[in-house]
Design a protein around this ligand. Structure first.
Ligand code: FES
Length: 138
């Protein structure tokens, strides 16, 4: 079996992945599990993408309408256990898990939480502790 080649030089790795130099402040996960999908999680993710792009906040390639120097990474995730109360949206590093999110809630989450730093309490059902994390990068 051929051994895979791993790049060990950090600068080379960063050059290959420009996201490493983006001023990322938040990672938003939208569940695409079966139950959340039946609660329109695809529309929720689309609403995040449209508004974050319009605000220049979504990290990604400019050729895709995103901003290489954006502050928010948006990705799908698998089921996290909020299945009966989806669509689930998780915001890190804050450790906030939102439930029953609909596309119509997305503007409020962006404006209040991602921009203003205020959690949308009516949707926030879980706060995961982020206090002790010895693996956190400097
Ligand atoms: S399917 Fe989304 S939390 Fe389970």
């Amino acid at each position: 079996m051929e051994e895979s080649i791993r790049i060990r030089d950090r600068e080379e790795l960063c050059a290959l992945s420009p996201v490493t130099s983006a001023p990322i402040r938040h990672h938003v996960f939208v569940c695409n599990g079966k139950s959340c999908t039946s609660n329109d999680s695809a529309e929720v993710k689309e609403a995040f993408e449209v508004e974050l792009k319009a605000r220049g906040m979504l990290v990604g390639k400019a050729s895709k309408g995103k901003n290489p120097a954006g502050s928010v990474v948006l990705t799908d995730c698998s089921s996290v256990g909020f299945c009966a109360i989806g669509a689930a949206v998780l915001v890190y590093p804050d450790g906030i898990w939102y439930a029953q999110v609909r596309a119509s809630d997305v503007h409020e989450i962006i404006e209040s939480h991602l921009v203003g730093g205020r959690v949308v309490e009516r949707l926030a059902l879980l706060r995961v502790s982020t206090e002790h994390n010895p693996a956190r990068a400097e």
